[in-house]
Design a protein around this ligand. Structure first.
Ligand code: GTP
Ligand code: MG
Length: 149
């Protein structure tokens, strides 16, 4: 099963959007495979965003991500990496369509409330980084109502 790493950033937690964001992934038909509320520290956040290390906003991004707890989650299902990104909306909330999470709840790129893996390979890397303990294997009984086969 395809898996993605979805994270509710500190602003999403502080703004009480945890339930709303989980609700959207649950209602879509995706399967929750792992979830925790954590403050991982700067080194871990720098590893997560290592690809952006040269950017001018990098230090601000790490400060923002380190400013409070985040909700780390793994979701599974058909095409969940690309669909998950669609559900989050464009990186810049000003370009995110209404109906997306960022389009509905965020205003600025530096406070865009959620993260989603951008490819299957990066999803697996991020899952390994955030869930060293592994994820939960289970068979949702509703799957026959979500998938044809
Ligand atoms: P994530 O799902 O968080 O990885 O966002 P993304 O994949 O849509 O964008 P990207 O990986 O390029 O950037 C990661 C995060 O850095 C964004 O979600 C923003 O929080 C932040 N970011 C990206 N571009 C800017 C920017 O121009 N200014 C600021 N302040 N933050 C930015
Ligand atoms: Mg990204």
């Amino acid at each position: 099963m395809e898996r993605t790493y979805i994270m509710i950033k500190p602003d999403g937690v502080q703004r009480n959007l945890v339930g709303e964001i989980i609700k959207r992934f649950e209602q879509k038909g995706y399967q929750l495979l792992a979830m925790k509320l954590v403050r991982p520290g700067k080194e871990h956040l720098q590893a997560h965003y290592a690809d952006l290390a040269g950017k001018g906003f990098f230090n601000g991004l790490i400060e923002y991500m380190n400013s409070g707890p985040v909700v780390a989650m793994v979701w599974g299902g058909f095409n969940v990496v690309a669909e998950g990104r669609k559900m989050l909306g464009a990186t810049k909330p000003s370009e995110s369509a209404p109906g997306t999470i960022r389009g509905d709840f965020a205003v600025e790129v530096g406070r865009n409330i959620c993260h989603g893996s951008d490819a299957v390979a990066s999803a697996e890397k991020e899952i390994a980084l955030w869930f060293k303990e592994g994820v939960c294997e289970w068979n949702p009984s509703r799957n026959a109502w979500v998938y044809e086969n």
